[in-house]
Design a protein around this ligand. Structure first.
Ligand code: PLP
Length: 445
């Protein structure tokens, strides 16, 4: 323990001296040290253990240090650490096979990237070249990545300071009954009116100018609003009607998070392009990608695709993906995630919502759940403003951590997004902490 503390103290000193952190005002942050991790547990620089109910940035779907994946990375490192993308490599070929084995027929090729943002960049580039159109539609309350095009299609405040004004992106409202923009009172009404709004947006923007609609199959960081099959099928139909490419962003929702390999499977639709990252190998080595429909593949069959990356299909990352996908399949993790959502997370969170003054709604599926913290259930006023934090929400997060659980927090929301292979025992223990902390909340106005 003394060695771990020393190592962590030194790491902290060097971090503060030399590391520039994402999305942060550098002097105003106090990042926690994580020294070790295993399964659903992370260990800080003082040796304290926490249950990771955030899966980091919702990527460690199989938890930390899965032995089969660690071994696969070591084995690949012994053989070949890196190789140009303009070569054939066994790990890359097998990863592409395992991924496309899980997609609907007609989605048979993978372009590998380093992460989710560049997957979306390339998907949009492919859609633009395939259609000869430039405009892209995406929903408010979404996140698609931090690079230029990806952040411009993003529908959250992280876009604001990054907008160029030349992106060709138009945002629309997706279905979100709890905070309905359409005065809807039922999911069916919300879906129908959100579709009508999208239909009008397409008409008024000019259908022949629109290359793609990009949607998270289930919006993740923006609040885990599970859409209805009717809505998603309606979006698919609008894309078909107007020759618009449908891009399903599965970066967070994919690879088991929702209780299916891909979240779009819940809605009985087939996208034209699928982007993925995170869960594909739990982030053990950076990897993302775009899965192409045969029609879009054909566009680049005899014409050069003008894009690429030095590390496209990196052997260490692909070996990790192969081992991760095999572990998910062998250990029944996808079914486990669906089971946890139905029998444990959903029922426990609904009970917490009933008993807590400040929980306005809980919603989700699989191992992918959101808790809306509000001032009161009638006004639904968020306990922190859109795009910001508040002392109240900070105190809830601190209380959860004090009791040994790390939540995912976005503005006024807490997300319950543990590794999809978390044991029922660890899950119950962590949810017990949520119950304890949330049930007693009583903030004065
Ligand atoms: N798309 C979605 C839905 C995401 O949640 C994220 C990351 O949180 C991204 C894209 C961007 O992925 P990356 O951070 O790997 O670039």
């Amino acid at each position: 323990l003394a060695a771990l503390k020393d190592e962590s103290a030194r790491a902290r000193e060097l971090d503060r001296a030399h590391v520039f952190h994402s999305w942060s005002a550098q002097r105003l942050i106090d990042p926690p040290t994580v020294a070790r991790a295993h399964g659903s547990t992370v260990i800080d620089g003082e040796g304290r253990e926490f249950l990771d109910f955030s899966s980091q940035l919702v990527n460690t779907n199989i938890g930390h240090q899965h032995p089969a994946v660690v071994q696969a990375i070591k084995d690949q490192a012994d053989v070949l650490c890196t190789i140009s993308p303009a070569t054939v490599n066994a790990a890359r070929s097998e990863a592409a096979r395992l991924i496309t084995e899980r997609t609907p027929a007609g989605l048979d090729h993978v372009f590998f990237t380093n992460g989710g943002a560049d997957a979306n960049e390339h998907a949009i580039r492919m859609a633009r070249l395939h259609t000869g159109r430039t405009k892209v539609l995406s929903r408010y309350r979404s996140y698609h990545g931090g690079t230029q095009t990806a952040v411009n299609v993003t529908g959250d405040p992280r876009r604001w300071e990054n907008e160029t004004g030349e992106s060709g992106v138009v945002h629309f409202f997706g279905p979100f009954l709890y905070r309905s923009e359409f005065h809807a009172t039922t999911e069916a009404e919300e879906a129908e009116r959100a579709l009508q709004h999208l239909r009008r947006t397409i008409e008024l923007e000019g259908p022949a100018t629109i290359a793609a609609i990009i949607l998270e199959s289930i919006p993740g960081t923006a609040g885990i609003m599970v859409p209805s099959p009717e809505y998603m099928q309606g979006v698919r139909a609008l894309c078909d009607e107007h020759g618009i490419v449908l891009i399903a962003d599965e970066v967070m929702a994919g690879f088991g998070r929702s209780g299916k390999w891909f979240a779009f499977e819940h809605f009985d639709i087939v996208p034209d392009l699928i982007t993925f990252a995170k869960g594909v190998n739990s982030g053990y080595v950076p990897l993302g990608g775009v899965i192409l429909s045969d029609a879009i593949f054909e566009t680049f069959a005899e014409r050069v695709y003008p894009g690429g990356l030095t590390y496209s299909g990196h052997p260490l990352a692909c070996a990790a993906a192969v081992a991760t996908i095999n572990a998910m399949a062998d250990e029944g993790m996808i079914e486990h995630a669906a089971h946890l959502g139905e029998t444990i997370i959903g029922p426990r969170l609904r009970q917490i919502a009933e008993n807590s003054k400040h929980v306005g709604e809980v919603r989700g599926i699989g191992a992918f759940w959101a808790i809306e913290l509000v001032w009161d259930k009638e006004s639904k006023e968020p306990l922190a403003p859109y795009g910001g934090g508040s002392p109240e929400v900070a105190s809830v997060v601190a209380a959860l951590k004090e009791h040994g659980v790390i939540p995912f927090n976005n503005y006024h929301r807490l997300h319950v997004v543990p590794p999809i292979n978390i044991s029922e025992e660890d899950l119950e223990r962590g949810l017990g902490v949520f119950e304890k902390v949330l049930t007693d909340l009583d903030f004065p106005r």
